[in-house]
Design a protein around this ligand. Structure first.
Ligand code: SAM
Length: 356
């Protein structure tokens, strides 16, 4: 049958398909490099041999050599003619420097999908009911925290909050901050550490994520953060929040409209609601200009849309569903009257400053 098909077209399409398989394999290798400390050992060390690297990390030289050759083939690590390997400073920003680089990406490579989650994904296509973040498991929550963590740790208090009208002064003096959909607590912990007079409350329905969040604040010795295991809809009306944060979570909620209504009740009349959500336009044709679009649809089918369909009647926005127009409609329908978009050159996200 395939003999009748155009040979050139077959070649091209075969390359396209197998390129994704290559991506799967290289993704697994990135996970191993991150987990075994290989990228960190290469960072700033100049050209190194596989033996040198294996000795430092106590690993098998033969396996390290194969991994390095694969990394060179993937153009992630530079190969020198003398058989040594080097991580450039640019590569280190993406693969090694978790604490100092906004571009750090290696933490997002989880080494595959948990088989239980995979079966649940298949099932969701039949039932129409998605899998919650809690059901997506520990590795998913940990991977997410490492994926979104750099922007919360490195840009939130230095770039994002100072761009909001009057927020920093309130946080310095002592305010109430609610971090909705707080996940593993990176944002909540960053705010609590930077503004010791401020009380931070993290809300999330996932006990898995919250146990990581609690561990994080305990390790940091922060006494001004509490976590509540609940969805945004259950935010008490008498919270009196000066700042409500929704980072990368409204599009994951089954009922973001109910969340917005609860936030409207819980926020002070002069409070600020800061939303971060995925850059999208609401038009598939326009979004197609994004060369990474297929990855975002993958995140959606496997994760965000799952959560957004995890209750009967879920609105099902999904990863690309909260574009600026939709976000503005959502907040205005909940009774907010001021909506401003901020672009902080975060490649994946836009930020919205919402006021009563
Ligand atoms: C993509 S994660 C983002 C976590 C964190 N804000 C961050 O930036 O890393 C989405 C989070 O939204 C939470 N979530 C889902 N439905 C929710 C709801 N109804 N109310 C509050 N949080 C919800 C999930 O449990 C998950 O932790």
């Amino acid at each position: 049958m395939s003999d009748e098909l155009d040979t050139e077209a077959m070649k091209k399409f075969g390359f396209l398909v197998w390129n994704y398989k290559m991506g799967e394999q290289v993704s697994l290798m990135i996970h191993l490099g991150d987990r075994l400390g290989l990228y960190r050992a290469l960072d700033g060390a100049g050209p190194r041999t596989s033996q040198d690297l294996a000795d430092e990390l106590g690993l098998s030289e033969r396996l390290v050599r194969e991994w390095l050759l694969g990394q060179a083939a993937a153009r992630l690590v530079d190969y020198h003619d003398d058989g040594r390997f080097e991580l450039t400073p640019v590569a280190a920003a993406f693969l090694a420097d978790e604490q100092g680089s906004l571009s750090f990406a290696a933490g997002a490579f989880r080494g595959g999908t948990d088989p239980v989650h995979l079966d649940a994904l298949v099932h969701s296509f039949h039932s129409g009911l998605g899998v919650t973040y809690e059901q997506q498991g520990t590795a998913a929550a940990a991977g997410l925290a490492r994926m979104t963590g750099p922007w919360s740790r490195l840009a939130l208090t230095s770039v994002i909050l100072p761009a909001l009208d009057g927020v920093v002064a309130k946080l310095e003096a002592g305010a109430t901050v609610v971090d909705i959909g707080c996940g593993a607590g990176v944002t909540a912990a960053t705010i609590a550490a930077t503004y010791p007079n401020t009380q931070v409350i993290g809300f999330d329905p996932s006990s898995t994520a919250l146990s990581m969040a609690r561990e994080r604040v305990a390790e940091a010795g922060l006494g001004n953060v509490n976590f509540v295991e609940a969805g945004a809809e259950l935010l008490p009306a008498d919270t009196g929040a000066d700042l409500v944060i929704c980072f990368d979570c409204l599009h994951d909620m089954a009922r973001p409209d109910k969340a917005a209504a609860a936030i409207r009740q819980a926020i002070k009349p002069d409070g600020t609601w800061l939303i971060k959500d995925i850059r999208s336009s609401g038009s598939f044709e326009k979004d197609r200009r994004n060369p990474m679009l297929a990855m975002f649809y993958g995140f959606s089918v496997a994760s965000c849309l799952q959560s957004a369909l995890s209750e009967p009647g879920g609105l099902g926005l999904g990863t690309l569903g909260l574009h600026p127009e939709r976000a503005e409609q959502l907040v205005r329908e909940a009774g907010f009257s001021s909506f401003a978009t901020h672009d902080f050159n975060d490649a994946a996200n836009l930020y919205y400053e919402v006021r009563v």
